[in-house]
Ligand binder design. Structure first.
Ligand SMILES: Cc1cc2nc3c(=O)[nH]c(=O)nc-3n(C[C@H](O)[C@H](O)[C@H](O)COP(=O)(O)O)c2cc1C
Length: 215
């Protein structure tokens, strides 16, 4: 049976990122009713990024190619590496992925990216990857260089990610309660009403398309 794991790297379980992730999941489910589609909210897990113990690089050891830190995120790392489609959703925080997503990626990617000749990679499979980003800024201000660097690491060990984004997101449920002078609430609301459904649709469509690849 095909398996899809969705990693929500936003602290909000019903925020913009979670909604984009859900739309992708619905797209997959519309094509593959029997696929296992599991969503994991990273902020529910108590874990840290790579500790540089290098157990994953120790010659001839059992831990070679595996993160040996036994903590609550370990089963998620194992599932992610075995999935047919791995979805990595993150809000843009300080022009990067969220800290929790970064920590997760350090733990997931580094053990599979060896220092052997030619930087050989040893992930159990080259799964399909989808990256989902949501952010306050419009498309022109997307932090392309930072995200392209992260995605090149992901693509080094798995398949190169298919990226989808939601821009100019509506951040607060009630803008009037917050000190927000730099954004015009009305234009934000208009974008949310007109364009967010289109962005959700693109997530759904990608889910449908990628389901075809793992059928
Ligand atoms: C700590 C923090 C940092 C942020 N930094 C950025 C940023 O650098 N660029 C940006 O466009 N949006 C930034 N945002 C806004 C979020 O990326 C945006 O509202 C996103 O859609 C939130 O996703 P969520 O609804 O899933 O929580 C930031 C938000 C927070 C809370």
């Amino acid at each position: 049976m095909s398996s899809v794991i969705i990693i929500n790297g936003s602290p909000r379980k019903d925020g913009n990122t979670a909604k984009m992730c859900r739309a992708f999941a619905e797209g997959v489910k519309s094509q593959l009713q029997d696929a296992t589609v599991e969503t994991v909210n990273l902020y529910d897990f108590d874990f840290k990024g790579c500790r540089s113990c290098f157990a994953c690089k120790l010659k001839g050891s059992k831990s070679y190619g595996h993160c040996s830190v036994k903590d609550p995120i370990m089963p998620v790392l194992e599932k992610a590496a075995q999935a047919d489609i791995l979805v990595l959703g993150s809000p843009i925080f300080l022009m990067d992925v969220s800290a929790q997503m970064k920590a997760f990626l350090e733990r997931l990617i580094f053990p599979f990216a060896t220092y052997e000749a030619g930087y050989k990679t040893i992930a159990p499979k080259r799964c399909d990857v989808v990256t989902i980003y949501t952010m306050n800024v419009p498309k022109e201000m997307f932090p392309e260089a930072v995200i392209a660097n992260i995605e090149s690491f992901i693509g080094h060990v798995f398949n190169q990610p298919n990226r989808i984004c939601a821009f100019n997101t509506y951040q607060f449920s009630d803008y009037s309660k917050y000190a927000v002078e730099v954004f015009d609430e009305e234009s934000k609301r208009k974008y949310r009403d007109d364009m967010f459904p289109v962005e959700l649709e693109s997530a759904f469509t990608l889910g449908m398309k990628m389901a075809e690849n793992i059928r």
